[in-house]
Design a protein. Sequence first.
Length: 117
Amino acid sequence: MTFSNRPYNDRGLKKWRGFFLSEHSQQIADDKKAPEWQTAMDQEVVYHILHGILQHRSMLAIQLYSSNVSPDPYIVGRIAAVEGDLLYVRTDDGQQVVELEAIRYVEEHTFHKWYED
């Protein structure tokens, strides 16, 4: 594309990077932080929360018991099926099988928008 006699060199997305707000950049940085251990829940509370998630067909975030010093990343996805004591969770990486007894913490996963504080 040319304007007047000079050729125009489009920089693509580079020219738009300056439009990120500092709050948005901060939110992206916070999301990349390592997860922290959450307070362990009773199995009855876990079952109650899972029941609500199943009814609403919403996303969930699960933290499992682990022998590691730092917790494993959350398993985030939707419940695909429940079979006995196994929970099948459909994630972005595929399907994961989770034992109900191995769940330390579960929550209904909502997406926090950087402009809602």
